[in-house]
Design a binder for this molecule. Structure first.
Ligand SMILES: Cc1ncc(COP(=O)(O)O)c(C=O)c1O
Length: 395
């Protein structure tokens, strides 16, 4: 048993996923970003869900709190979560990595910043396919790093990075490609063939890849981690994964970085200690418990998200057939083109919902918005009812 795991949870009767029956007051009382930022609106924006986490995660955290596991993260905790990660990615994603390649970090963005520090030298730029999870743009710009935005091509609802567009980005001084799979916000899951094509272009340009797998547990089909698709890809990639989205523990601060290149491992030896110490022991305990939890819980979670997607699809298509701008296979997002209902994202406030605005996600996406499906079906239905009023605003 890995260090730090909780023997008392092992033999318990573990119930499957439940969406919870929290009132809006209870959700607001969590004082998390999602429910407290726009108190007058129904929130479907930031990537938190409203669901309770898995029973094993709750139990492990309660146990850790009871024994006041509040000190700095120890090597045995790091080893424990590394082994739990190795097993989970092998069993669920078919990706074989070694435990010494898995590093504890506070969050996925810390891995992105490590990749920026490690891979970019004077003047080289980050390549960010757009639309994108907007902090990639914000962090690079704040650090004075140039960004080459590459608009994804919408192929019948699958938003994909094409090799010619990627080559253009390298021609413009790009060096580090951000590859998010499943993709936030469009929900595309890349095929192995697409990833091999991307790897050829990256390799030909001596580029590097930051592979963001944070949404990998949330998928209708198995994602193939980019670094696992070929040795070439493994050598030019830093990967990051976390349990924080599916098991809803983003505030607990623990993620895993996977270094599949020996010189990156040496770089970690020089730079990694400080980053690793910023992870929280409660986050590490939660991640370990999540990776080791009953797979039925995650299956139940994914089934609930799929059913929410069907509910959303029906309502959104009734509002306007072109409103759904993507056909996601992963993540708990829907990507919406509000121009189809002649609406502007600022009008979302008038109908009482908070979605994430496309204007933050790259040039050209000002009329788009991202809807978070991670809510009880009744809440989602209320959000969809309010979205239906958008088309009435301008008619
Ligand atoms: C694609 C993607 N990457 C990174 C993050 C940030 O993760 P973390 O909180 O671990 O930095 C998110 C959060 O929603 C995300 O969706």
């Amino acid at each position: 048993m890995p260090a730090g795991s909780n023997p008392s949870t092992k033999d318990q009767d573990i119930s499957r996923f439940s969406p919870g029956e929290f009132s809006f007051d209870e959700l607001s009382s969590r004082a998390s970003l999602k429910w407290s930022t726009y108190p007058e609106r129904l929130p479907a924006w930031v990537a938190e869900t409203d669901f309770p986490t898995a029973p094993e995660v709750q139990e492990a955290l309660a146990h850790a709190v009871r024994r006041e596991q509040f000190g700095y993260v120890s090597d045995s905790l790091r080893d424990g979560v590394a082994w739990a990660t190795v097993r989970w990615v092998a069993e669920n994603l078919g990706w074989d990595v070694r435990s010494e390649q898995v590093k504890t970090i506070p969050d996925v963005l810390a891995a992105f910043e490590f990749a920026l520090d490690f891979y970019l030298d004077g003047g080289s730029k980050v390549i960010v396919p757009t639309p994108t999870y907007y902090p990639f743009l914000v962090i690079a710009k704040r650090r004075g790093i140039g960004v080459v935005e590459v608009p994804l091509e919408n192929q019948d609802g699958r938003w994909v990075l094409t090799p010619p567009e990627l080559q253009r980005a390298f021609n413009e001084g790009g060096k580090l490609l951000v590859l998010c799979d499943p993709h936030n916000p469009t929900g595309t899951i890349l095929t192995v063939e697409e990833q091999l094509d991307i790897a050829s272009v990256v390799d030909a340009n001596h580029g590097r890849v930051f592979s963001d797998l944070i949404h990998a547990p949330i998928a209708e089909q198995t994602p193939h981690p980019y670094a696992g698709t070929s040795l070439v890809a493994a050598r030019h990639t830093i990967s990051a994964i976390a349990t924080s989205k599916a098991w809803n523990t983003a505030g607990l601060k623990a993620a895993q970085m996977v270094l599949t290149n020996d010189s990156d491992l040496k770089g970690w030896g020089r730079l990694g200690g400080r980053i690793s110490n910023m992870a929280s022991p409660l986050g590490v305990v939660a991640a370990m418990a999540a990776y080791e939890s009953d797979p039925e819980w995650l299956r139940g979670f994914n089934a609930y998200i799929s059913a929410n997607r069907v509910t959303a699809q029906r309502s959104l298509e009734a509002i306007h057939p072109g409103l759904r701008a993507a056909t996601p296979k992963g993540t708990y997002f829907e990507w919406l083109d509000l121009s189809q209902v002649s609406a502007d994202p600022s009008e979302l406030a008038h109908v009482g919902v908070a979605l994430s605005h496309g204007s933050d996600m790259g040039a050209g996406f000002e009329n788009y918005a991202r809807l978070n499906l991670g809510a009880h079906r009744d809440t989602l239905t209320a959000i969809l009812d309010r979205l239906a009023r958008l088309s009435g605003l301008t008619s």
